[in-house]
Design a protein around this ligand. Structure first.
Ligand code: NDP
Length: 303
């Protein structure tokens, strides 16, 4: 029986998109600056096509310029770098996002490294990773940024809470650790070599799961009353054996939701938790980049 309250990321993200849209209206009305986001997609990966379409629609809904560059999967690294350089130089474009994965002939690190850090709305550039680590203003990766906003909205002051983050990737785990350190949490980062992961998780007031393993984190790994943020997105066979046999799938997180909800104080569902926050934070980053490019102080979207 569930006791946790459900953290409705979909509703929170919709509110955040509305706030970004209002700030964008003001930026256009007061300064004649329309934030512009360029999304570059190379090849036909179906999941990437859906993400890119969603990003484009949400960006336009927020009143921003939305350009999508669709390149064939035979694109060379030189051609892609040339496009990135032209977007870096375009004053109407404030955010550049190169959708991953890229085809094998392209060195993704070289392409991401070529993006102007001040237009790097994914926050993946080493300059932005460095700024986050030393506490300078920069652009923060969208998924951990969205997760931190949900936590602050739910818990208020996070000072002194013990946060355990399972996963140490550059795009989720590490920036999440930096954000929670900046909020004065005591932070533990766990990974595949950590010893006694269940005990580590049970010591967490805040548990962030960013592992990529379906329902790995069980209910008895969770401290009663803890706040659980499930970043995982894993496609598994349908729970209905007939549908599974037809190849139907469903999406689950890295946390066994029903078990965890019986113990936790609050938990994000999958889908409908962290996922929607990622696009909302992409728009927030694009707005912030547009303000800074013009020497303006952006509105804060903090809780
Ligand atoms: P990565 O594969 O880059 O990193 C996974 C991390 O989990 C690694 O640090 C790895 O440890 C750790 N790990 C793997 N297995 C175990 C284990 N058995 N025990 C403990 N730790 C383990 O994944 P990402 O960070 O990119 O993504 C994580 C999840 O979040 C995925 O499900 C992904 O789909 C989802 N995601 C969701 C987003 C959203 O919008 N909601 C956006 C981005 C990602 P080690 O370093 O030792 O290998």
């Amino acid at each position: 029986m569930a006791r946790a309250s459900i953290i409705d990321g979909k509703a929170f993200a919709a509110t955040l998109v509305d706030r970004v849209a209002r700030a964008t209206d003001d930026l256009i009305a007061d300064h004649g600056i329309k934030p512009g986001l360029a999304v570059v997609i190379v090849g036909e990966d179906p999941a990437s096509q859906i993400y890119v379409r969603n990003k484009g629609e949400t960006t336009a809904r927020a009143g921003m310029r939305s350009d999508t560059h669709r390149l064939p999967d035979t694109t060379t690294q030189a051609d892609l770098l040339a496009l990135v350089r032209s977007l870096n130089a375009d004053p109407g474009i404030h955010g550049i996002l190169v959708q991953l994965p890229l085809p094998a002939q392209i060195d993704a690190a070289a392409v991401l490294g070529a993006i102007d850090p001040d237009k790097d709305v994914d926050g993946f550039h080493v300059v932005n990773a460095g700024r986050l680590a030393v506490g300078l203003p920069g652009l923060v990766p969208c998924t951990p940024l969205g997760s931190a906003l949900l936590l602050k909205d739910r818990l208020g002051d996070l000072s002194g809470l013990h946060a355990v983050i399972v996963g140490r990737s550059n795009i989720v785990g590490k920036p999440m650790a930096q954000l929670l350190l900046a909020e004065n949490c005591t932070v533990t980062v766990a990974h595949s070599r950590s010893r006694d992961l269940p005990a580590l998780c049970r010591s967490a007031d805040i548990l962030v799961a960013a592992v990529g393993r379906p329902e790995m984190i069980r209910g008895d790994w969770i401290k009663p009353g803890a706040t659980v943020i499930d970043v995982g997105i894993n496609r598994v066979p349908s729970a209905d054996p007939v549908k599974a046999a037809e190849g139907k799938t469903r999406v689950v997180g890295d946390v066994a939701f029903a078990e965890a909800a019986a113990v936790a104080g609050a938990i994000t569902p999958v889908p409908g938790g962290v996922g929607p926050m990622t696009i909302a934070c992409l728009l927030a980053n694009t707005y912030v980049a547009a303000c800074r490019a013009n020497g303006l102080e952006p509105s804060s979207f903090d809780a």
